[in-house]
Design a protein around this ligand. Sequence first.
Ligand SMILES: [Fe+2]
Ligand SMILES: [Fe+2]
Length: 158
Amino acid sequence: MISSMDNIKKYKKLKAGLNKALAAEMGAFWAFGGHTDKEDDKQLKQIIMQVRLDELNHIDTLIFLLKKHGVRRNRLREAAFELIGRTVSFACKFFPNHRINSVASYMEKLGAANYRELAGYARELNLPYVEQQMVWMWQQESTHQYFFDKMTELYNAK
Ligand SMILES: [Fe+2]
Ligand SMILES: [Fe+2]
């Protein structure tokens, strides 16, 4: 049947998407370490630290969902993204604040779009719990994007 073949494909895409998202979140978590250190303003630093904690929460959620759906984690990809994240974290020392925040905003935008797409698959597959988690993370990444847009504006105005 076409529809069930379709669903098998969607389920595969959903699982692969969750696995890639995990590696990306790990990269983000490491990258935000350097971003936090770079920020001198106490209140802004608090916000970036909170964002970083949100990403840690997303990592937890994704690990849980992958386990629940029997997906094997791609440790090599995770290690690659950790390396990228640590490199970005270090590179923050050499880039101006407006640039760092605009890159962060762009990455958050990609993350939000990805969770939005995965929420759609979960919805079509009638997996309400997964859908709820994807919508929640989509919403959080959008909020992160908003913060980084505001910070970019702030530093551009200086
Ligand atoms: Fe995240
Ligand atoms: Fe985020």
